[in-house]
Design a protein around this ligand. Structure first.
Ligand code: HEM
Length: 209
């Protein structure tokens, strides 16, 4: 949500993609029990929305210490001999934010995840927000669907902004998770035109209570 709020350009591009795939947003989508009906065909057509999430997970991998393992054999990694039974941690942010592995690594560019992009990641192991191998996160697909749905249902109905457009809010960490402190960095959701009247009447009826 902070990335959407921080980048008016990508927020608008995602909004335009959603318009193309789902048509004009309606008040009914928000107020009805079932919300927006999304078919598998429509979901497949989403490109930038999915690339946007991939780029968010590269730049802000909130499970930033993923892939903790205990070595079953001695190993040599970049010239260092690491003995069997050592606990090793893979700290993704090192690879994720180095130009050596990701061209213009410190820039937020969702389109780099397009196949064949000249600024694409140098291999499939650079950004692994859900870990890798037999113990990879079993919830990754659910999580991605949830994130896509959250973006669809937010961007279609609200414009997002945050309190300091000059710089992206700093991340804090808590044990192994990264997060942005909402109290210090408020997010603002402004209803788009089709919701304004609805919000206005809700506000009026609250006032009259
Ligand atoms: C965006 C959201 C999520 C992120 C970034 C995330 C990330 C991760 C990471 C990095 C690991 C460690 C993988 C490894 O050691 O290689 C993990 C493990 C795990 N995740 Fe997730 N996860 C997310 C959501 C979920 C959800 C929604 C579920 C359940 C529905 C889930 C269930 C699990 C479980 C059970 C493990 C332990 C797997 C094992 O040790 O075999 N996660 N997750």
């Amino acid at each position: 949500m902070y990335r959407l709020a921080h980048s008016a350009e990508y927020q608008e591009k995602v909004y335009q993609e959603l318009l193309e795939v789902f048509g004009e947003p309606t008040l009914e989508e928000v107020t009805s029990e079932n919300g927006l009906h999304i078919t598998a065909e429509q979901y497949k057509k989403l490109k930038l929305t999915k690339q946007f999430v991939e780029e968010v997970l590269r730049v802000n991998p909130f499970a930033f210490i993923g892939g903790g393992r205990i070595l079953s054999d001695d190993m040599i990694i970049r010239g260092y001999k690491i003995p069997k039974d050592t606990q090793v941690l893979c700290i993704q942010r090192f690879a994720n934010t180095r130009d050596e592995f990701v061209p213009r690594a410190n820039e937020f560019i969702p389109e780099r995840h397009e196949k064949g992009s000249p600024i694409g990641l140098s291999n499939n192991y650079i950004s692994t927000p859900f870990g890798i191998g037999a113990r990879k996160c079993p919830g990754s697909r659910i999580a991605l669907h949830e994130l896509h749905m959250a973006i669809i249902n937010t961007v279609r109905h609200f414009k997002l902004e945050h309190s300091n457009p000059e710089s992206f809010p700093p991340t804090s960490y808590d044990q192994a998770l990264l997060y942005i402190d909402l109290e210090k960095n408020p997010l603002y959701f402004t209803p788009r035109d089709h919701l304004k009247e609805h919000f206005y009447s809700l506000k009026q009826s609250k006032k009259n209570e």
